[in-house]
Design a protein around this ligand. Structure first.
Ligand SMILES: [Zn+2]
Length: 419
């Protein structure tokens, strides 16, 4: 798997070519194993908090000697820190807890909103170091990408480039880039965004749809379980699933699209030719179109106008109907992937509308599957909501191969010498 990258091969020695090949293979295998152990140690500490070597050994299922050796390497690199415990646990030698460093390793998260660009720097525990948000002024996609790259570069410079182990950026669901409705300027092409950032930064950049970042944020920083389906209701409806310790449906075209699943009972025609698709029925874009068609909102209204401070009966009715439509279709997705736990995110509506949606999910799931659903709604609770989620993308990539990233970080920190 590409995300489990190992170090590139070492320069050859003066031995014969056969010997060299065998040695290179052996070295690469060792590097791969060391990296896998280092990843397991770092991942366990980020998920479970500070731990001692013995605890790590029993949790990960690797010998104490291997743990000690790998921990020594991570300590030397500065990827782990060791502190004297405030209260010794039990009798005998006190456990020396190992933890991720507070300020010397940071992940960056950035987000493009139709009206603003935001970026934040976070510790590996997800604690905010700094964040910024600027009004979007770019009127073309390249201009928006330049704007984002500039903001990210500023934040990286502020926290110090050597501390940064990676950058995560979120974009709306990829399918917004073709078909109806026409894309907004904020819907930049993910590849172009990654390339644009790459021109300004020497750090690894990961660009993913927003729902995937939310799933990772929940897993690494939100106390989420290891089998969770995340459903994001926004301009499109997106899903992401953590299974084991992996985010599934990786990469473009890998699945996880629910736009053309039919919402039971819906009569809204979709541009794909079907009647009642999710895309045509219960996205914010569909709701917005309906609100404008019904004269509830003026032409050119924005997504946020669906949730005005001064609510109207017409909009309330539309959102209430949508809450129930979501309640009929989300159980179909849940029954397909059978997660241990489901989280629904997005604006959706008022507290009552959200409750109506979740109640409907529960009762339909019971009717369809014969079991009770573990389903919860997560409200957006922090001002740096999207940068925080986006930073989890960078954390996830770093933790997949920490030794590789550490080596990459050292190379970036080295002064550039021109021949
Ligand atoms: Zn459709």
């Amino acid at each position: 798997m590409a995300r489990r990258a190992v170090w590139p091969g070492y320069p050859g020695s003066v031995a014969s070519s056969t010997e060299r090949t065998e040695r290179t293979e052996r070295t690469e295998l060792m590097v791969h194993q060391r990296n896998a152990t280092a990843a397991a140690i770092m991942r366990t500490i980020v998920r479970q908090g500070p731990l001692g070597r013995k605890e790590l050994s029993s949790i990960i299922g690797v010998t104490f000697t291997t743990i000690t050796k790998t921990v020594a390497e991570l300590l030397e690199l500065g990827a782990l820190t060791e502190s004297t415990p405030s209260t010794p646990r039990g009798v005998g030698r006190p456990v020396t807890p190992l933890d991720v460093p507070a300020g010397r390793r940071l992940v960056i998260g950035g987000h493009l909103h139709p009206e603003s660009t935001s970026c934040g720097a976070y510790t590996l525990r997800g604690d905010l170091v700094t964040s910024r948000s600027v009004a979007a002024t770019g009127r073309t996609q390249p201009a928006r990408i330049d704007e984002a790259a500039e903001l990210v570069t500023d934040v990286v410079a502020e926290v110090g480039a050597t501390a940064v182990v990676g950058v995560g950026m979120t974009t709306p669901w990829a399918e917004l880039h073709h078909g109806q409705p026409p894309p907004l300027v904020a819907d930049v092409d993910p590849d172009a965004l990654a390339q644009g950032l790459g021109k300004h930064l020497r750090h690894p950049v990961r660009v993913e749809p927003n729902v995937r970042a939310q799933a990772l944020e929940h897993y690494w920083w939100g106390g989420g379980g290891d089998d969770v389906l995340t459903v994001l209701v926004g301009r499109s409806v997106g899903v992401a699933q953590i299974r084991g310790d992996e985010l599934v449906w990786d990469g473009p075209g890998a699945g996880g699209l629910v736009s053309h699943i039919i919402v039971p009972g819906s009569t809204h025609p979709c541009d794909c030719g079907q009647i009642g698709c999710v895309k045509a029925t219960c996205t914010d874009d569909a709701l917005l179109r309906r609100a404008v068609d019904a004269g509830l909102l003026p032409p050119g209204a924005l997504q946020r106008d669906l949730y005005p401070e001064e609510d109207t009966d017409g909009l309330r009715e539309l959102r209430q109907a949508r809450a129930e439509e979501l309640g009929r279709v989300i159980p179909l997705i849940m029954s397909l992937v059978a997660p241990a736990e489901t989280t629904v995110r997005g604006r959706v509506g008022t507290a009552e509308e959200i409750a109506a949606c979740i109640d409907m999910v529960r009762s339909r799931y019971r009717e369809l599957v014969g079991r009770d659903a573990e389903v919860r709604f997560y409200d957006r609770s922090r001002p740096d909501y999207w940068p925080h989620a986006s930073a989890a993308l960078a954390l996830d990539r770093y933790l997949a191969s920490p030794l590789w990233h550490e080596r990459d970080r050292e190379l970036r920190a080295a002064p550039v010498t021109l021949a």
